[in-house]
Design a protein around this ligand. Sequence first.
Ligand code: HEC
Length: 167
Amino acid sequence: MKKYLVVVGISAVAFASDWDLTAPTGLKFGLIKGYENWHVVATHYRTDKNELRYIIGNDKAVEAYRRGAKKFPEGAILVKIGYSLRKNPDFSASVEPAVIQRVEFMIKDSKRFKDTAGWGFARFVKDQKTGKYKVFGKSPKDYMQCFACHQSVSRKDFVFTDYVKRK
Ligand code: HEC
């Protein structure tokens, strides 16, 4: 019983420290705490990287999608989770998400992120050996590539993903 308690204690600490990670853009991982319960906006499959992506949004982002808004409101957050793939062990013609490789997000905060059209970016890469996350990049400059690529969809408020219809 004692041993069991110790193990639980350690894993809880590791989990908490992930949330404290802060990207060089000043955004904490903990900002998206609870994202596993947010809405799925769409899935994407990146053919060159063989990676499955889930795009999920908080309430503000999803409400904006549903009303067909041209711009996302302040506080809207979109998260992208990248998974490696494996064959479904029970049905080999089917593939399924294997492990999380990366979690990244963008948040609309126009006052804070004036240089990047109001969007702040953050990426956390999962270390497969330890199961813990690491911050991507060392300085805010490393994040200019996020905005540079997302600029190609400036007409959609810098968001690539469209909301996938459910019916
Ligand atoms: C070379 C282009 C490119 C770069 C660089 C890039 N992205 Fe993206 N991003 C995309 C594409 C394309 C999508 C659409 C989903 C997909 O296909 O993976 C996307 C989707 C996203 C989404 C979901 C919302 C949306 O726009 O669809 C987030 C959040 C995101 N990226 C964050 C980041 C962050 C953080 C960085 C930098 C660390 C970054 N991106 C760098 C191309 C890029």
